[in-house]
Design a protein around this ligand. Structure first.
Ligand code: UD1
Length: 419
């Protein structure tokens, strides 16, 4: 199993190119199941979750042609597609559930492995299933699989989601795009990746309109051929902005829209970062002394992203005073805390709130990754620790960060991948 070795502390300086957004690319790939015509997607991030989704599509019968650098894909579906999404593919990535909505809408049948829990929480799919049921999907759960079917096209419906959920909103939009009649979805998640999805679908002929958290979809019979570029990854960009703030950095971060991380940038400003934003890039400098921030709370977009919670915690460990972070989205997303404590962090957890003492002098140590964002937090902490750290099980990190060690090396981090 690969691990990272990092020698700290390092200051960082230079340019970073942000890759395509993993969470956007995943749902756009699932959306290709709705098409008879070919779809070209550009700016794919080269990360493991994308390989998993491409393998899943292949197993359903899609023809996948990748460019040499694997950043552009052309997908053409067969006339008769398969409907079984196997456990072996679904178990490694919960986002596989996103093929259910398009499959049931287009092929009227889907048998998909029921996704299990994961390290950051139980992550059920009950909202996905009940929303699709309202559009006319019938299903049973047998031997670990969701057996779903419908008699002909799904029917538009009015749905008020009981909780804001990114995946549920996406799955339901995908299904409703080809349903008969109008669907009105209330209490939707409105993350930028979801807007990327509806921009993509509308460009292919779908009829989707937004008003705040309400999404209206008039079903169409088919979608047109399309060539589309995935948005830049706001979480990767945010991670580098936190890195700059943490390590007295001086970075130019390119190929993403800084508006997509406005909330997190406000926090970094409070912590002392200085930055200038442009349409597609940011210049950011970290302070000598990091200021603490009380009451950081993760929330659905446009709130502070849960996917940046662990990185912000590392930053607060180095602030010159006490701070606190409350995790409101996932029930078990403090797995990085134990590892940060091994580096010397003083953090106390009570229910969903972490109180962080600050003024930590991190000392390098051997660490273990537990999930995607927790692993990148450990990388940030190791960068500002004195001495050598080793971060084990970075396969978690490879799921969502493209060539992270190369990007970090380029800006001055002493990092090595050990096989
Ligand atoms: C997506 C993102 C993930 C991000 C999360 C929150 C992808 C591939 N992943 O995950 O990176 O951290 O949004 O921004 O885009 N829930 C239920 N029942 C359901 C569905 C969700 O109880 O049927 C709960 C979840 O357990 C969680 C909360 O709702 O506590 C929000 O989850 P959701 O927004 O659905 O996250 P994902 O789509 O899984």
């Amino acid at each position: 199993m690969d691990k990272f070795q990092i020698k700290g502390p390092c200051k960082i300086k230079g340019e970073v190119e942000i890759s395509g957004a993993k969470n956007s690319a995943l749902v756009l790939l699932a959306a290709t199941l709705l098409f008879d015509k070919p779809v070209i997607l550009k700016n794919l991030p080269r990360v493991r979750d994308i390989d998993t989704m491409l393998n899943l599509l292949k197993s359903l019968g899609s023809k996948i042609i990748l460019s040499k650098d694997k950043k552009i894909v052309k997908i053409q579906n067969k006339k008769k597609m398969k409907t079984l999404a196997k456990y072996s593919l679904v178990k490694t990535m919960r986002a596989s559930i996103l093929v259910l909505g398009p499959s049931i809408s287009k092929f009227h049948k889907s048998i998909i492995s029921y996704p299990g829990g994961c390290n950051i929480g139980s992550r059920p799919v009950n909202y996905h299933l009940s929303a699709l049921k309202k559009l006319g999907m019938k299903y049973e759960i047998k031997q670990g699989y969701i057996h779903a079917k419908t008699n002909g096209r799904l029917n538009g419906a009015k749905i008020n989601f009981p909780r804001i959920s990114v995946g549920t909103t996406e799955n339901t939009i995908l299904a409703a795009s080809l349903a008969s009649g109008k669907t009105i979805l209330k209490n939707c998640a409105i993350e930028p990746e979801i807007k990327d999805l509806t921009n993509f679908l509308n460009a292919a002929g779908a009829k989707i309109k937004w008003s705040g958290r309400t999404c209206s979809i008039t079903g169409v019979k088919s979608l047109k051929e399309i060539n589309y570029s995935v948005m830049g990854d706001r979480i990767e960009a945010g991670t580098f902005c936190i890195a700059a703030t943490l390590a007295e950095g001086d970075l130019q971060i390119k190929n993403f829209n800084p508006k997509n991380i406005e909330t997190e940038l406000k926090l970094l400003k409070k912590a002392g970062a200085k930055f200038k934003t442009f349409e597609n890039k940011i210049f950011i400098k970290g302070p000598k002394k990091i200021k603490p921030i009380k009451n950081i709370k993760t929330k659905e977009w446009p709130g502070v992203a849960t996917d940046m919670q662990s990185q912000l915690m590392v930053l607060m460990c180095k602030a010159n005073g006490q701070s606190s972070i409350t995790e409101n989205i996932f029930e078990n997303r403090f797995l990085h805390v134990g590892e940060l404590q091994r580096l010397g962090a003083k953090i106390k957890i009570k229910n969903s709130t972490a109180t962080i003492e600050g003024n930590t002098k991190f000392i390098g140590a051997e660490l273990m990754s537990s999930d995607l964002r927790a692993s990148v937090a450990l990388v940030l902490a190791a960068m500002v620790s004195k001495g050598k750290s080793a971060i084990n099980r970075i396969y978690h990190l490879d799921r969502g960060y493209e060539k992270l060690e190369n990007k970090l090396k380029k800006i001055g981090v002493k990092i090595k991948r050990l096989k």
